[in-house]
Design a protein around this ligand. Structure first.
Ligand SMILES: C[S@@+](CC[C@H](N)C(=O)[O-])C[C@H]1O[C@@H](n2cnc3c(N)ncnc32)[C@H](O)[C@@H]1O
Length: 281
């Protein structure tokens, strides 16, 4: 693992994460063998807009049954499970963090989706998969952690089948200044690798992808984070109940305030996009 990747992994580290999640789930008195996706939504959606924004994006991107999807940087597997359950896809989630993968495997079993969603530790800059393995790659709030984006995008292109799609839900660099930390992907500037949308699209097209749609979702994101900010003023994220505090610890208390300000100052933007590898590639 690269030195930078070790630092990123450390940023997402939380001692005994799986046990903490199990303890928090026990408090909800839900039957652990029959969890519904909505039971996990407070903790397993590590991106702007939660499950609602994912579902909207997956519909726009046209995910269909039995498509083989790589959820690149899957976290604890929230979107992998959504794709498996609601869109009937066959998903492989990959993440740098072995602790996240352990949680993803456990939570997927609790929801009975273990035959449709598998998980594996690894880095998007050296994907452990054969060429032409997937119909789609989902890249959701991960490229901000990738310094060598060209390398990752080249890997996405390699593992996609001809005609395969690359679906993005990503934070990009905005025209404004005054970026505040910590944010969910980085506790300090040296772990954050934001690119402007134009630069990112250039890297993706350089790898051979063709753009099918791009949508600037910054306004919606700003509203969503403002709600998170307001909620965190009255309810500091707790470290022992299902929520971002379990995964991110005490720094989660600053996310609402910083992300709302970063969007308001145009320091960051949020984009959704669909790119495709050409049929004859
Ligand atoms: C903000 S979280 C988003 C997780 C998930 N996509 C979601 O939306 O719930 C970013 C994730 O990217 C993972 N990550 C960062 N760098 C990575 C890399 N080089 N390869 C694979 N995963 C990586 C992190 O471990 C973390 O789980």
């Amino acid at each position: 693992m690269l030195a930078k990747e070790l630092k990123i992994k450390a940023h997402y580290h939380s001692d005994n994460l799986l046990q903490k999640i199990k303890n928090a789930l026990e408090k909800t008195s839900k039957d652990m063998d029959r969890l519904e996706l909505k039971d996990l939504a407070p903790v397993d959606q590590l991106h702007t807009g939660g499950a609602v924004s994912s579902i909207e994006l997956f519909k726009k991107a046209g995910f269909s049954p039995d498509e083989r999807v790589l959820d690149a940087g899957c976290g604890i597997g929230g979107s992998s499970r959504l794709l498996a359950k609601d869109f009937h896809c066959r998903v492989t989630g990959l993440d740098l963090s072995d602790a996240f993968i352990e949680c993803a495997v456990f939570l997927t079993k609790c929801t009975g989706l273990e035959e449709r969603a598998l998980f594996q530790e690894g880095s998007v800059t050296a994907l452990p998969f054969d060429d032409h393995s997937f119909d789609a790659v989902l890249c959701q709030h991960i490229l901000m952690n990738i310094e060598d984006k060209a390398k990752a995008v080249k890997e996405f292109y390699r593992v996609l089948k001809p005609g395969g799609k690359l679906v993005l839900h990503e934070i990009t660099q905005g025209p404004g200044r005054d970026m505040g930390y910590p944010v969910p992907w980085a506790s300090k500037a040296s772990l954050s690798f934001l690119e402007s949308w134009k630069a990112l699209a250039g890297i993706i097209e350089q790898a051979g992808f063709k753009n099918h749609f791009i949508s600037d979702e910054s306004m919606k994101a700003a509203i969503w984070w403002e709600k998170v900010r307001k909620a965190s003023v009255t309810h500091t994220p707790r470290l022992d109940t299902l929520g971002p505090g379990i995964v991110f610890g005490k720094k989660a208390a600053f996310f609402g305030q910083n992300m709302a300000a970063n969007f308001k100052n145009n320091a960051i933007c949020l984009v959704e996009a669909l790119f495709k590898k050409e049929q004859d590639a």
